[in-house]
Design a protein around this ligand. Structure first.
Ligand code: 5GP
Ligand code: MN
Length: 335
């Protein structure tokens, strides 16, 4: 079955393309702690634009985790996250990927809000959208933002080169947990197949993404798993990263990606949580669910968000206090 696009999507894809014309200096950005989808979408779009004669740079609010450095091997000087404000100030157009909320742009939110240039957005989150004006290509039913970039490329007949296809495949692979999560729709696999048709190597990409771990990541996992608590009656389980453990193992908080899945993997669990201190007095909570539990709705009163089965929030406070408040709310939510 070919990949078809609704008239609305075709029009939105053309509006995005109209913003990204040769001669325009484009700057791409994504949410704090960029993940495989945020970065894969950015790099994929950079390659697509480059082929169209459009120079694009990337400026993210927090650095690229070393784990995703491989995406930039053939793109020297494109990741300007270390001088992100400067990169944004030099742009004629900004495109925000994998998020529609200004607040998730961290320390870049103010620059993006006041820059005065058109701000496009390509995203798959459920969100009211709080970005400055510009074309939108938003579809919460997509598994990954990278999926939407493939749609935009197809709609505009942009050639999908191998480097673009590889980066976009990384976005879909990581946001579906390796094509395992409930967001793996037939359409997701059709779009992934479209990328594989370009001759990219799925095993090489798997190795780049999942088999390049520093030893510390596995030792950190071992330590974090020791903290597992399960409340079978409620269907709740949680893991707590011991304060300082990330630094002690010489890794970054990105190396905790996937740890919460272990809490979710237990029979009878309906909501799994991962608690960790991201900075002095600031706690991040990752939320995952099974069945019909909507963790995005759970996260909302705490100022968080995300998707039905994968969401997150962060709060000021001591680890123990945040934990007891969130767990109390979780028990109530599940009852
Ligand atoms: P993770 O737990 O893997 O960091 O994030 C899972 C999902 O929740 C992602 O889609 C992410 O965008 C969303 N998310 C994580 N943390 C936050 C947060 O603090 N605020 C909001 N609005 N969404 C979050
Ligand atoms: Mn995503």
């Amino acid at each position: 079955m070919p990949i078809t696009l609704t008239a609305d999507k075709l029009a939105a894809a053309r509006d995005i393309a109209a913003l990204l014309k040769p001669g325009t200096r484009v700057c791409l950005t994504t949410h704090v702690n960029p993940d495989g989808d945020g970065l894969g979408s950015e790099v994929g779009l950079v390659h697509l634009l480059k082929a169209n004669g459009v120079a694009a740079t990337i400026a993210n609010p927090t650095p690229t985790p070393p784990r995703f450095d491989f995406l930039f091997r053939d793109l020297p000087n494109v990741d300007r996250s270390r001088e992100a404000v400067k990169a944004l100030r030099q742009a004629d157009a900004i495109v925000v990927l994998d998020i529609s909320d200004l607040s998730r742009l961290g320390m870049l939110a103010e620059t993006v809000r006041t820059r005065g240039v058109t701000v496009g957005c390509i995203d798959h989150h459920v969100s009211p959208g709080t970005l400055p004006d510009g074309p939108r290509y938003v579809d919460p039913s997509a598994a990954a933002t990278a999926e939407l970039i493939v749609e935009i490329a197809l709609a505009n007949e942009w050639p999908l080169s191998q480097p673009a296809a590889r980066a976009l495949y990384v976005g879909i692979l990581t946001d579906t947990g390796g094509f395992r999560f409930s967001n793996t729709h037939p359409r997701t696999l059709r779009i992934a197949a479209e990328l594989l048709d370009r001759g990219i190597d799925p095993e090489a990409i798997y190795l780049d993404v999942y088999a390049g771990a520093p030893e510390g990541r596995v030792r950190l996992l071992a330590e974090a798993l020791q903290t597992l608590v399960v409340e079978p009656d409620v269907g709740l389980s949680w893991i707590t990263v011991p304060p300082g453990a990330v630094e002690r193992h010489g890794v970054t908080s990105d190396d905790l990606d996937g740890v919460v899945e272990h809490a979710r993997s237990i029979a009878g669990v309906r909501m799994a949580l991962l608690f960790r201190e991201i900075s002095q007095g600031r706690i991040k909570v990752s939320l995952r669910s099974v069945g019909d539990v909507d963790v995005a709705r759970f996260a909302k009163p705490f100022g968080g968000g995300g998707h039905v089965k994968a969401a997150g929030l962060s709060m000021e406070g001591a680890l123990a206090d945040v934990q007891s408040a969130v767990l109390r709310a979780a028990r109530e939510f599940l009852s």
